[in-house]
Design a protein around this ligand. Structure first.
Ligand code: BGC
Length: 509
């Protein structure tokens, strides 16, 4: 995910003194390992659950079904506990993110990341050493706690450390690390699937490496100035600010952080404030973007690509290789977004992404409907390769639009006083709907067969209509001017902007 948020960070409009220091870059890379771990966990489960050794040990019923010659093509992998293996992580992350948001403000970003890495390490040990299904599921739950903690702390950390001139690029770089994590997981699965009978253990154990890097690395990095000042460690905050900006005079930025923290502190209950009509536009948009992002069907591909490719007739190795290809497409297309987002704008990318994703889902649906009968045949080589190409076109469309922007927009549209609370809603909605798709996809594939792709295509039409009518352009608008420049100007959302308004319980000093 590419979330980026400032709880009480610097305001966007003024350019403060400072350089892009090596120290900031090193800190950002260390922190971004949190994104890499999230991506690794997304990418690893599909490959592992398509490995025969793994299935035979933990899911013998699925293994038998898979080997049964006349088994329905679309139902080979339909098994609730197999889906639970993938999806329980997201339920754990959803629960953990509410706790993590408290820990993050009370103990700081750095310690929250350290806790995340301990959860990740425990999860990697439990899953890779798994002797029964319970141990596996426990391990996945620990990984989920890690995701909940890391996804709350890392984006905050990155936004608060970055000088404002590179904040946007740094946000999307977090998503870039997620996609790199997914790709590494796909590559590792490709190699370990040849190692019998413990290849799957190696795949799951390697998740411990980025966790270890984050754990050791986070000893070296410092806490963000914003978090220090927010927790009344003002002297230390100024010292760190000087260090990360590489200049002595940081007065303007310091004043700005102090001012923002004071404003935010005066909102006694940000969650209550979020429930007021005036907070509705960014809240509705944040939640809808997460629901829509997941109902593009992206994680049906990310989690189950090898399984899906086997369904359309690839062998085990070819299926894993195809998911390496989609992983590569995902990484490179995310880079495109880093360059385009501030020039062509959010709306253009989202709408273009919808068209591309709709066409590719629709074509995949038609091919499978016509050519892949439930029983007795596979697609021809040519047809199956065409399906892979269409999946790549789909992933490309997602990776430069709804992937990064699903996170970027919620991070830039809330006013400061509700930004953190509002963002927590975005994170948890994402986890909830990721869980729903992960848990339901294989059963839906079995029941709806090829029509599942028309189901996702239908959602894409709804998303496009929503974007066209209800999503305002936020490109180039300073984060603290959204109310005046965006919401109050919008044909629909302006009716929520009564003048009693956003700052009713903020005393401006
Ligand atoms: C989504 C994940 C998805 C990933 C794919 C992220 O933005 O939140 O659910 O797996 O993109 O790259």
């Amino acid at each position: 995910m590419a979330p980026a948020v400032e709880v009480c960070g610097s305001r966007e409009t003024p350019e403060f003194e400072g350089k892009i220091t090596v120290y900031v870059i090193v800190c950002a890379i260390i922190a971004a390992f949190g994104g890499l771990m999230f991506g690794y966990d997304i990418g690893i489960s599909g490959g592992v659950t398509s490995m025969d050794d793994f299935l035979e040990k933990f899911f013998p019923a699925v293994y038998r079904k898979k080997r049964h010659a006349l088994q329905n093509n679309y139902c080979k992998y339909n098994n609730q506990s197999l889906q639970l293996f993938t999806s329980c992580l997201y339920l754990a992350a959803l629960t953990a993110s509410f706790v993590a948001s408290k820990v993050c403000s009370k103990a700081g970003r750095k310690h929250t990341m350290q806790i995340a890495s301990i959860f990740f390490l425990t999860g990697a040990i439990l899953t890779s050493g798994g002797v029964n299904l319970e141990m596996l599921i426990f391990g996945r739950i620990f990984l989920g706690f890690g995701v909940g903690f890391a996804n709350q702390a890392v984006p905050l950390f990155l936004s608060e450390m970055a000088p404002s001139s590179i904040r946007g690029a740094l946000n999307i770089c977090f998503q870039l690390f997620i996609t790199i994590g997914i790709l590494i997981a796909n590559l590792i699965n490709y190699f370990t699937s040849n190692i019998h009978p413990y290849g799957w253990r190696i795949s799951l154990a390697i998740a411990g490496l980025p966790a270890l890097m984050l754990c050791l690395g986070s000893i070296l990095i410092c806490e963000t100035p914003t978090s220090l000042i927010e927790r009344n460690k003002v002297e230390k905050g100024i010292k760190v600010l000087r260090k990360i900006r590489g200049v002595e005079n940081v007065d303007d930025e310091f004043d700005s952080i102090l001012h923002a923290c004071e404003m935010a502190r005066q909102v006694k209950d940000p969650f209550r404030k979020l429930m007021k009509p005036v907070s509705r536009p960014p809240l509705v948009i944040a939640i809808c973007l997460q629901i829509f992002q997941q109902f593009t069907g992206i994680n049906a591909i990310m989690f189950y690509a090898p399984v899906l490719f086997q369904t359309v007739g690839f062998g085990n190795q070819a299926a894993l290789l195809s998911s390496v290809i989609t992983g590569l497409v995902n990484v490179f297309s995310t880079v495109v977004s880093v360059y385009l987002v501030d020039t062509v704008g959010r709306r253009f990318l989202l709408l273009e992404g919808c068209v591309q994703m709709f066409i590719s889902q629709f074509i995949i649906g038609i091919i499978l409907l016509k050519e892949l009968k439930p029983v007795g045949n596979d697609l021809s080589k040519g047809e199956a390769s065409f399906v892979v190409i269409m999946v790549c076109v789909f992933v490309m469309g997602f990776a430069w639009s709804w992937g990064p922007l699903g996170w970027l927009i919620p991070s830039e549209t809330f006013p400061l006083e509700t930004r953190s609370a509002g963002f927590a809603f975005a994170v948890s909605s994402n986890m909830l709907f990721t869980f729903v798709v992960a848990q339901a996809f294989l059963s839906m594939l079995c029941r709806m067969q090829a029509s599942i792709f028309f189901f996702f295509a239908g959602w894409i039409i709804i998303m496009a209509v929503f974007t066209w009518f209800l999503l305002p352009e936020t490109k180039g608008v300073p984060v603290d001017s959204m109310v005046d420049k965006v919401w109050k100007q919008h044909w629909f959302w302006s009716s929520f902007m009564a003048d009693d308004d956003l700052r009713t319980d903020v005393k401006v000093v």
